[in-house]
Design a protein around this ligand. Structure first.
Ligand SMILES: [Mg+2]
Length: 404
């Protein structure tokens, strides 16, 4: 069946929100990120990009490249709120949409052609978002997600682009291979060493040859280069969550132990988030007393996947929740309102070192099991309940500290 897929992406989202709050920032080079010398650029305006600055770059280097830039310490809470307003408008407007990240959406408009022109419909939605939020947004419209995403990139800033059915391949042909999703630094280098810079060259390469060079991944890349992509739009649900809970063999009133378990659970779930490149915006703690009364408390928070932000908040929820002097039968932690995203959102508080620390710890966890490195505060905890990777359904990792 023929599909119509819309991709929407807010332009330089963090910068646009800052400009909404302070109009003096318009048309100026802006760097958003950690403001210390060891901080990292989370986002930058087009004016700053002209100086060679890009996100992920050390702040010190960015300041050297563009000394006149205004440096702003980002605020994940503010961005989360604005992201939710945009999400709300899209939710009202389209039946099936995916929130791909804090500032990026896909919508499946298939079948709507019979009633409205989908391009007209998408244009009106874009105008509505701009009018109601003041945030510039661009879109791409085509037969699939990949082509629409690339089209959005070409449309930017603050514009729109439609690729008609059958023209996907010729639209992609003149572009740099860097513009295809999935082509990272490493793949780019491999392809460049083969003399491939343009999508056109990839398109003309025999399928077998790319398979030899890049394996199975190569086939996906080759399909994408040819404008072929069947990935569905995955409906966004705020209820989508990951959680873990533990029922005690013997009910306990040892608060210190309960807190250690909550820390261990949070640490583990946060790792699962980062592994699935997800962020959470809503956390909750569940508590069941020995009389089987169950209570839970939730808290909306700025998007994050960092344990040092999540653990104190989970502990605070527990403090509010645990107010009966009774034995506890079960405790649990849940993260919901999940969206795709990486460390970037936490770059405001974090230095390069702390980001690298997270990456290093996670690498150890990938390799030796997800409890191979843990906080001292959760060391006494042997098991935290059954875990699976919620994003790919992998079997549970054997807990390194588990006593069999
Ligand atoms: Mg964006």
């Amino acid at each position: 069946m023929e599909r119509t897929i819309l991709h929407l992406d807010l332009d330089t989202f963090f910068v646009s929100v800052e400009r909404l709050l302070d109009s003096r920032l318009r048309n100026k080079p802006i760097l958003v990120g950690g403001i210390s010398d060891r901080g990292v650029v989370a986002a930058c305006s087009y004016e700053a990009r002209a100086f060679g600055v890009h996100s992920g770059m050390p702040m010190k280097m960015a300041r050297n490249l563009c000394p006149e830039a205004t440096v702003i310490r980002g605020n994940a809470g503010t961005y989360t709120k604005h992201s939710e307003v945009v999400t709300g408008i899209i939710k009202e407007g389209v039946p099936l949409f995916e929130k791909a990240s804090i500032d990026e959406f896909y919508a499946d408009l298939s079948g709507m052609d019979r009633f409205f022109g989908t391009y007209k419909y998408a244009s009106e939605l874009r105008k509505k978002i701009l009018n109601e939020t003041g945030l510039p947004i661009s879109f791409g419209l085509s037969e699939n997600k990949v082509v629409s995403k690339v089209a959005t990139g070409e449309a930017k800033p603050n514009n729109q682009l439609k690729i008609d059915l059958g023209l996907e391949k010729s639209f992609l042909a003149p572009l740099s291979i860097r513009k295809l999703p999935m082509i990272g630094e490493k793949t780019n280098l491999t392809l460049r060493n083969l003399g491939i810079k343009q999508v056109k060259t990839l398109q003309e390469m025999p399928r077998d040859m790319i398979y030899t060079v890049l394996g199975k991944n190569g086939l996906t890349i080759w399909n994408r280069a040819n404008g072929v992509d069947h990935t569905p739009v995955i409906p966004f649900s705020e209820r989508k969550s990951i959680s873990t809970e533990r029922t005690f063999d013997r009910d306990t009133i040892d608060v210190h132990r309960l807190r250690s378990i909550l820390t261990a659970m949070t640490e583990n779930l946060a790792f699962q988030l980062r592994r699935g490149e997800k962020l959470t915006a809503c956390i909750s703690v569940k508590l069941r007393y020995s009389d089987f009364q169950t209570y839970s408390k939730q808290l909306k928070i700025p998007y994050t996947s960092a344990d040092h932000i999540l653990i104190p908040k989970i502990q605070e929820l527990f403090s509010q929740l645990y107010n009966r002097r009774l034995l506890v039968r079960l405790i649990g932690v849940r993260f919901s309102h999940l969206v795709h995203g990486n460390y970037q959102i936490n770059l405001f508080e974090d230095t390069e070192e702390s980001i690298r620390l997270y990456q290093a710890l996670d690498k150890i966890r990938e390799r030796y099991g997800d409890r191979s490195v843990i906080r001292a505060a959760s060391m006494g905890v042997n098991t935290i309940g059954r875990m699976t990777n919620p994003f790919n359904g992998d079997p549970p990792i054997i807990l390194a500290h588990r006593k069999q």
